[in-house]
Design a protein around this ligand. Structure first.
Ligand SMILES: [Zn+2]
Length: 149
């Protein structure tokens, strides 16, 4: 798809964001598109769900997984009303999405400072046990797809 091809899709994502504002929600909208066809739409639901992860892009990815019956959306494009945050970019990658089209910086006025998290590894050597149990019963975590993040 060319940049021009994304324009009507971006317009739709922005329309979703605008409609969300009219519902008292935050101004973000997103689509998951494959072969030029919209698989699913999403909107920011953070305020209504009190879920800080309920971003429009994550909502669209969740809906696309539900619609397709697969957690793997390889070949799909995430179209977002504005530049997706690190959470949404990670969600896209986890779903196998390799391309994001967006409307540029959000110009939200919100100042977000992404800082490194303090990390503490607490181990008794048992963190791998559930995976060993999974393999013991014959479950393949990578069945049916190629993981390449
Ligand atoms: Zn986000």
């Amino acid at each position: 798809m060319t940049t021009e091809d994304y324009l009507p899709l971006l317009d739709r994502a922005i329309a979703i964001a605008s409609a969300n504002v009219n519902q008292g929600q935050r101004p973000y909208g997103a689509l998951v598109v494959r072969d030029g066809i919209v698989i699913a739409e999403g909107r920011n639901r953070v305020l209504e769900t009190e879920d800080v992860t309920a971003h429009a892009e994550v909502d669209a990815i969740r809906n696309a997984c539900r619609v397709t019956g697969s957690e793997w959306l390889e070949g799909a494009v995430l179209v977002s009303s504005c530049d997706p945050c690190p959470l949404c970019r990670a969600a896209a990658q986890l779903a196998g999405i390799r391309r994001i089209a967006h409307g540029g910086p959000c110009d939200s006025g919100l100042i977000v400072e992404w800082v490194a998290l303090e990390e503490v590894v607490v181990s008794r050597g048992g963190a791998g046990r559930p995976f060993q149990e999974m393999r013991a019963i014959g479950v393949d975590l990578n069945a049916g797809r190629r993981r390449r993040w």
